[in-house]
Design a protein around this ligand. Structure first.
Ligand code: SF4
Length: 227
């Protein structure tokens, strides 16, 4: 816990939104990120609870939220990012669209407003992209095994990346014409602009993952998929 009295000194501040007149003219994201000082204050509000509801039963990924809050407050952003990616392959997605059950489970929400966990998560990972801390992770050894992943939604992409990093040769089969599943076709741009997916797909491709689009697995069976 970086600053034991911060939750008494600082109130929760949410990111502002672009004004409606501007939002009406496009379909882009409309959240305005908090500035650097405000991010440190928001991270400092975390009490590093003995039983951190955010991590233990709020976050389905069990993200190490109190640890990265502490690192942000201490301005150790790269360390915060390493903690974040330890449990989450695509924080730039969850940081934008997750309904943040971690915040509902935050102890501070009992008699105050919870820590701005989701926004901090997003700012950590976006800083990591800007700083070049996110690079392809190439498996040191190949297993010689091939694995087919059916569907290129968030689950398929995550499974594929984890397996590729274990050295397996991965092919993702996707029925649609583009990769991303629900991320691409189920979420509007004002919540998740599609360049966010494309940026991450470049990393997956560089890690050796192959993509086959327009394949209805189990229905569209041709010899080339059975080799
Ligand atoms: S529950 Fe809230 S205050 Fe407690 S560790 Fe998690 S984010 Fe920090």
């Amino acid at each position: 816990m970086a600053k034991s009295t911060a939750f008494l000194e600082f109130s929760r501040t949410d990111p502002a939104k672009k004004n409606v007149a501007e939002r009406l003219r496009n379909f882009r994201e409309f959240e305005i990120p908090l500035n650097h000082t405000e991010l440190l204050h928001q991270a400092a509000r975390c009490m590093d609870c003995g039983v951190p509801g955010c991590h233990a039963f709020g976050c389905p990924l069990h993200n190490r939220i109190p640890d990265w809050n502490d690192m942000v407050y201490r301005e150790k952003w790269q360390r915060a990012f390493l903690l974040l990616q330890a449990t989450n392959n695509f924080p730039e997605v969850t940081g934008r669209i997750c309904p943040a059950p971690c915040e509902a489970a935050c102890t501070l929400s009992i008699n105050d407003k919870p820590v701005t966990i989701r926004h901090l998560e997003l700012q950590i990972v976006e800083k990591a992209w800007r700083e070049g801390w996110i690079q392809p992770v190439i498996a040191a050894q190949k297993s010689g095994k091939r694995v087919a992943v059916i569907g290129s939604g968030p689950t398929g992409l995550t499974a594929a990346q984890q397996l590729a990093r274990r050295g397996h040769a991965i092919t993702i089969f996707e029925k649609s014409d583009r990769i991303g599943g629900l991320l691409r076709y189920g979420i509007p741009d004002y919540k998740l602009e599609k360049w966010v997916i494309d940026r991450r797909l470049e990393q997956l491709k560089a890690e050796g993952i192959r993509f086959e689009t327009g394949v209805d697995a189990g229905v569209d069976i041709s010899a080339r998929y059975l080799k």
